[in-house]
Design a protein around this ligand. Structure first.
Ligand SMILES: *Cc1c(COP(=O)(O)O)cnc(C)c1O
Length: 395
C-alpha cells in the first residue's frame, strides 16, 4: 500500500503486495518463466553488478514470488521476506545463513520433528551442536545457553501438547547472550501472533499451513527485519536453491487475502469444539490455549490475539480408543498436516509416531490416547456431530 495511513490487518491481507504492472491488473500476474531477457550486454552486466534493479533468473528473484514475499513481510511487520519451496527449505536455509562450524543452537524440544532431526543429524555433520529444551518452562533456555550459542530457535505454540513459550522472555535471554531468536510462527500465523513485537529477530513459516490455508501448496518463508540480513540471506537462498515457484507463490498470495477471516472462523469453531470435548465422558483432558487449565494460559493471553485452530485431547481408553475414533470419523478428514479450511484429525500413537514404539513415545510425552485436531472453517455443528458419533463407537 502506498498511502501513509496504517490500514488494519484484515484489510492488509486483501491489499498487500499488489505491486504495479503494465496492464494494471487487479491481481498480480503469474510470471511463469525461469529467466528474463536482457536488452543488451551492458544491461545484463549492470543487472549482475546490482547497479540497476531488475530480474535475471527466477531462482534469484521473480515478480510473482516477490509480490507474495512483500505481502507476507507486511503482514508480519517485517522488512522483507524470502519465499521457499517448503517450510523445511526455509528452516534449512536459515540454519545455513546464520550458523558456522563451532556454533551452538538452543531449540524447543517440541519443535516440528524434521527441524530437530535436521539440527541433530545434519547440522551436527558441520560441527553445529544443538541442545533441545522445554522452552515453555521458564529458565530452561537460559540454562542451556553457552558462550557459543548463536541461535535460540522457538516454535510456539507447538505440537503435540500445544505448548506455549513466552517470546518476550526468550528474546531477553537470547539477546543478553548476543544470539538470534528465530521463531516458527506456523501455528498462529501473523493474524494471531506477531513475533517481531516480542523481540524475535527472524520468523519462519510453513506456508503449507495457515498462510496458504487450502491444503494445495507446499511452501515456506523467511521474514527478516533489515536490509543487511535480507541481502545475506538472499545470497544463501540463491545457493541453497530451495525457492518457491511462481505458481505456488501466486496460490499462497491468493490464500493470504482471506487469512484474517479464515483465522477468525478457525478460532470461533475451535472454542466450540474445545468446550464440547471438555465435557465429554470419554475425554480425559483437552489441550487448547483458550482453556484456563493450559499451563501457559497467561502467556497465551499476552502474545496471542486469539487462541488459534489447533487442539489436542486425551482419550480415557488410550491407544485402542484413539484408533477407533480414527476409523469412525466420517466428516473430519483423517490426515496429517494442519491449517487448511477442512478439519483434519490425527492420532500420533497409531500414525505419525507409531514407528517410534510405545517406550519412545512415552519418553517424548506422546500419550497413547492423544488425538490432534486441526479445526477447519466448516459449520461447527457438522464437526461436533461427527466427533459425537465417532466417540460413541468407543466401547
Ligand atoms: C509443517 C511444518 C513445518 C514444515 O513445513 P513443510 O512446508 O512441510 O516443509 C515446519 N514447522 C511447523 C510448525 C510445521 O507445522
Amino acid at each position: 500500500m502506498s498511502n501513509n495511513k496504517k490500514i488494519n490487518f484484515d484489510s492488509l491481507c486483501v491489499h498487500s503486495g499488489m505491486g504495479s504492472y503494465e496492464h494494471r491488473p487487479v491481481t498480480p500476474p503469474i510470471y511463469q518463466t525461469s529467466t528474463f531477457k536482457f536488452d543488451n550486454a551492458d544491461q545484463g552486466a549492470a543487472l549482475f553488478k546490482g547497479e540497476i534493479e531488475g530480474y535475471i533468473y527466477t531462482r534469484m528473484l521473480n515478480p510473482t514470488i516477490q509480490a507474495m514475499e512483500d505481502a507476507v513481510a507486511e503482514l508480519e511487520g517485517g522488512y522483507k521476506s524470502l519465499g521457499c519451496a517448503s517450510g523445511m527449505a526455509a528452516i534449512s536455509a536459515v540454519f545455513m545463513a546464520f550458523l558456522k562450524a563451532g556454533d551452538h543452537v538452543v531449540c524447543s524440544k517440541s519443535v516440528y520433528g524434521p527441524t530437530l532431526t535436521l539440527l541433530q543429524n545434519v547440522m551436527s555433520k558441520f560441527n553445529v551442536e544443538t541442545t533441545d529444551v522445554d522452552t515453555d518452562i521458564e529458565g530452561e533456555i537460559e540454562r542451556a545457553i553457552k558462550p557459543n550459542t548463536k541461535i535460540v530457535y522457538v516454535e510456539t505454540p507447538a505440537n503435540p501438547m500445544i505448548s506455549i513459550t513466552d517470546l518476550e522472555k526468550a528474546a531477553d535471554v537470547t539477546h543478553k547472550n548476543n544470539a538470534l531468536l528465530i521463531v516458527d510462527n506456523t501455528f498462529m500465523s501473523p493474524a494471531l501472533q506477531q513475533p517481531f513485537n516480542f523481540g524475535a529477530d527472524v520468523i519462519v513459516h510453513s506456508m503449507t499451513k495457515y498462510l496458504n490455508g487450502h491444503a494445495d501448496v507446499v511452501g515456506g518463508i523467511i521474514i527478516v527485519k533489515d536490509e543487511t540480513t535480507y541481502q545475506s540471506t538472499r545470497k544463501i537462498l540463491n545457493q541453497h536453491g530451495g525457492v518457491i515457484d511462481p505458481f505456488n507463490a501466486f496460490l499462497v498470495h491468493r490464500g493470504l487475502k482471506t487469512l484474517a477471516v479464515r483465522m477468525q472462523k478457525h478460532c470461533e469453531n475451535t472454542k466450540v469444539v474445545a468446550d464440547y470435548l471438555v465435557k465429554h465422558p470419554q475425554v480425559k483432558y483437552v489441550r487448547y490455549p483458550g482453556l484456563k487449565d493450559h499451563p501457559n494460559y497467561e502467556i497465551g493471553l499476552k502474545q496471542h490475539k486469539d487462541f488459534g485452530g489447533m487442539l489436542s485431547f486425551e482419550l480415557n481408553d488410550g491407544f485402542s480408543a484413539g484408533k477407533k475414533v480414527m476409523d469412525s470419523v466420517k466428516f473430519c478428514t483423517l490426515a496429517v498436516s494442519l491449517g487448511g479450511v477442512e478439519t483434519l484429525i490425527q492420532h500420533p500413537a497409531s500414525m505419525t509416531h507409531l514407528s517410534m514404539g510405545a517406550e519412545a513415545r512415552k519418553a517424548a510425552g506422546i500419550t497413547e490416547g492423544l488425538v490432534r485436531l486441526s479445526v477447519g472453517i466448516e459449520n461447527v455443528s457438522d464437526i461436533i456431530e461427527d466427533l459425537e458419533q465417532a466417540l460413541s463407537k468407543i466401547s
